[in-house]
Design a protein. Structure first.
Length: 355
């Protein structure tokens, strides 16, 4: 069996790591295509090195652009790649422009497509990720759902027959890295001389939080007013937008810091008092590490984190302050994101259905 994985953005490189490992273990030929959506070394190369994935087999070098320009460039380039490799499966990950481009290209070439992280829904039709994930689920032949909630969404959309519950592959990586970094120092506590449990880790990068200057100013003011130092691991998008609108990312409690490698991020979160984020992955990682999370969004796809009390949604600066200072939630032994063996289930599901 030959699988072509198409990835392009930081969280997809994390999910690629356990899939690549499971593919090799199963003797499957695995071709990795990087669209080039993320190209900064700290958003891309370090993940391939740190998570021991090796270099991508194909790099499209598409780079940034408006949604149409970026997605269109990927579509145009992927036709030739799929034609050359003629895989049994094209595997697409999550909800990015790279995902929808690869799904569309493959389906038009009559190559079976599997969608990893299928069935997540925010029901917010203004999010580019929501367009991408809905269209990809309806185009794909096999829907690999991470949670029971995702399975239910797919059933409601008439997609139950194509759906398999495999668990969440990000949990596979997280559990492994957690055991490797547990008890170690963090680059943040070392570099910034912060005390364990004496700081928060923050990330903000989504279009709806960065592109409107009023919104970005509200969020930075909320972070700056928190009671402990807040290390903002600044995605290039937030750095660019803050500079454009004259918003200071180092004010009050706020300290801007470049993004971290995956294992450095996990070590930092483990030592922190809490996480404030608009990232999907980090909400779940905080839950799995049992670090309280505050999510700067109006909704979340990872509803289990909220239901279990480990994640609270906040919009305004004052909501943010209240959410971050809430008491620690009750402990839980629930495992809504699976057992850390999702990747081998993905490879088995693909092998069973390969023509
Ligand atoms: C993308 C995904 C988002 C995911 C995120 C993970 C889409 C629609 N969005 O958002 O779902 O959560 O990745 O980080 O696919 N930029 C750089 N260097 C880079 C990459 C981006 O400077 O390596 C800057 C550029 O100004 C670019 C902007 O960030 O225009 C946005 O990048 P883009 O890849 O379009 O979306 P993300 O915000 O990263």
């Amino acid at each position: 069996m030959r699988i072509v994985s198409v990835v392009g953005a930081r969280p997809q490189f994390v999910k690629l790591a356990p899939i690549h490992k499971a593919a090799i273990a199963a003797g499957v030929e695995h071709v990795i295509v990087h669209t080039g959506q993320h190209y900064d070394p700290m958003l891309s190369d370090v993940f391939f090195e740190d998570l021991k994935i090796g270099a991508p087999d194909v790099h499209l070098g598409v780079g940034s652009g408006s949604h149409g320009v970026q997605t269109g460039a990927m579509l145009a380039a992927l036709d030739g790649v799929f034609d050359e490799h003629r895989p049994d499966w094209v595997l697409v990950y999550g909800d990015t422009n790279s995902t929808v481009a690869a799904a569309l290209s493959a389906v038009k070439m009559h190559i079976p497509v599997a969608h990893l992280e299928a069935g997540l829904r925010s029901f917010n039709r203004r999010m580019p990720e929501e367009h991408n994930r809905v269209m990809t689920d309806h185009a794909a032949d096999l829907l690999l759902a991470p949670t029971q909630v995702a399975v239910n969404h797919l059933a409601q959309e008439g997609l139950a027959e194509r759906t398999v519950l495999v668990g969440d592959v990000m949990t596979d990586v997280l559990l492994q890295i957690r055991s490797e970094v547990a008890g170690s120092a963090s680059i943040l506590t070392d570099d910034l001389r912060l005390e364990p449990d004496g700081f928060y880790v923050a990330t903000i990068h989504r279009a709806e939080n960065t592109d409107d200057p009023m919104r970005l100013a509200e969020i930075t003011a909320g972070l700056a007013a928190l009671d402990k130092p807040v290390v903002l691991l600044a995605h290039p998008r937030v750095v660019a937008k803050a500079a454009m609108h004259g918003i200071d990312l180092t004010q009050g409690s706020l300290i801007a810091h470049p993004p971290l490698k995956y294992r450095d991020l996990i070590a930092a979160v483990l030592l922190s008092s809490g996480v404030v984020t608009d990232s999907g992955g980090l909400q779940k990682e905080a839950f799995l590490l049992r670090v309280p999370c505050t999510t700067v969004r109006t909704e979340t796809e990872w509803v289990e984190t909220v239901q279990l009390g480990w994640n609270v949604l906040a919009q305004t600066a004052s909501e943010l302050g209240q959410a971050v200072s809430r008491p620690r939630p009750p402990e839980t032994d629930q495992t809504p994101y699976g057992d850390g063996a999702a990747a081998s289930r993905v490879i088995a599901a693909l092998a069973e259905r390969a023509a």
